[in-house]
Design a binder for this molecule. Structure first.
Ligand code: NIG
Ligand code: FE
Length: 405
């Protein structure tokens, strides 16, 4: 018996080590023991893996099969409601003005400090359900709405519990350096992150990555370096919020530290792009953030021209409230002018690289994790072409159907 065979697909599309996006017409994929064991034309695959001998057989006639999406940058665990800030931003108030008045991140911090761990788990599970329905099979979630030991640990504990209870794989990132809490200066807060929060998080083995908001008025390059180097000493890999509002030097710091990813990069210059290209850092672009802030998008085509693959993510958070990788792919095309093939690769294989997943996650290559989506479209181009709707109808994680319309 094979665990799962999906066959008769109008198209199977996957990035591979050799091709940006390989497509097979009338294709099929077989999954056994949680991993992809075969991919090819339906006739060939069903001969070796007959659907009648599979635990689950999916006739994907008229549909497209893609790898499960990987969302490598979110702040999807939060409490409270900031819909009124959305309205204020539409009236012209800026994100930084809201933050300077104690709103924005600081307002979510107050709500998260008040929430119980169970409430946080329930909130995250709700977000994960929506993400899954849009095809996300692996997601990164950051802490950073606690800004004290107790609440950062509470958040990371809630992330771990949600990971245990949900089909989506959740990768956790410690981001104590997300904002400077009210009543403190940045330097003494960095001392607190390094001396109190990081040891508490590392001791409980609660995070894989350490991230920092390297931004004018938040954490300087030197303060960011201090946090990230301390994270390394505790065994945490490196991510950086770089050059989102101002070009402070976050991209250069990412290259200097050999970060796994540098994220946002809205203000990055040609020089920064060259620096990143000379490094192993994966750039993560967040088109939803530019959309929500009504600013220019990151210069995705400059990365493309320099032959640097980019990842995309939703950046799901109370300022950019979208759980949908389908929407991120649509914006990557319609807003950042990536081709549909590049956008899908950015949402799968390159997104997995931004999470240091080297086991084939984000592809349907033989030996990769058996994570796929079946989208009700005749070919991959239709996914961003037909925007603003949910095209994903079935999601498979590790060879099991975990979402079906
Ligand atoms: O990636 N830029 C900093 N952090 C988030 C926003 C978080 C928030 O506004 O709550 C981001 O966009
Ligand atoms: Fe972020």
């Amino acid at each position: 018996m094979t665990d799962l065979v999906v066959y008769n697909a109008s198209q199977v599309a996957t990035p591979t080590d050799d091709a940006e996006l390989e497509t097979i017409r009338d294709g099929a994929v077989a999954i056994d023991d949680g991993t992809v064991v075969a991919r090819g034309p339906t006739d060939d695959i069903v001969r070796e893996y007959p659907p009648e001998n599979a635990v689950t057989a999916i006739d994907a006639s008229g549909a497209t099969v893609l790898p499960g999406f990987v969302d490598p940058h979110t702040h999807a665990l939060f409490a409270g409601d900031r819909a009124d800030e959305f309205t204020a931003k539409l009236r012209g108030t800026t994100y930084q003005e809201i933050l300077a008045e104690g709103g924005g991140i600081l307002r979510t911090v107050r709500a998260v400090r008040e929430a119980t761990r169970d409430e946080l788990v329930a909130n995250l599970l709700q977000q994960l359900d929506v993400m899954l329905a849009h095809g996300t099979a692996t997601v990164e979630v950051k802490s950073g709405y606690g800004l004290d030991v107790e609440t950062e640990v509470k958040m990371l504990g809630a992330i771990a519990e949600a990971d245990d209870r949900h089909a989506i794989d959740v990768v956790s990132t410690f981001m104590g350096a997300h904002a400077v809490p009210e009543g403190m200066d940045a330097d003494s807060y960095v001392d607190h992150v390094v001396e109190e929060q990081l040891p508490a998080v590392a001791e409980r083995d609660l995070a894989e990555f350490c991230d920092v908001f390297c931004e004018a008025g938040v954490f300087s390059v030197d303060q960011s370096r201090r946090v990230l180097e301390a994270g390394r000493e505790h065994g945490l890999k490196t991510k950086i919020h770089a050059d989102e509002f101002e070009r402070l030097g976050g991209a250069g710091l990412a290259a200097e530290l050999g970060a796994t990813s540098a994220d946002h990069l809205l203000q990055s210059t040609a020089e920064d792009i060259e620096t990143l290209g000379d490094s192993a850092v994966t750039p993560v672009l967040l088109p939803g953030t530019a959309f929500a802030l009504a600013t220019d998008y990151a210069d995705a085509t400059a990365f493309e021209e320099a032959d640097i693959p980019v990842a995309i993510a939703t950046d799901c958070n109370p300022n950019c409230f979208s759980q949908s990788m389908e929407f991120a792919i649509e914006l990557a095309c319609n807003g950042m002018r990536l081709s549909p093939a590049s956008a899908i690769r950015a949402a799968t294989k390159t997104a997995a690289a931004a999470l240091d997943r080297t086991d084939g996650t984000g592809t349907l290559q033989v030996g990769s994790p058996g994570d796929l989506v079946v989208a009700d479209v005749p070919g991959y181009e239709h996914l961003p072409y037909n925007f603003g709707v949910r095209n994903v109808e079935t999601v498979v994680k590790g060879g099991e159907v975990v979402h079906r319309d």
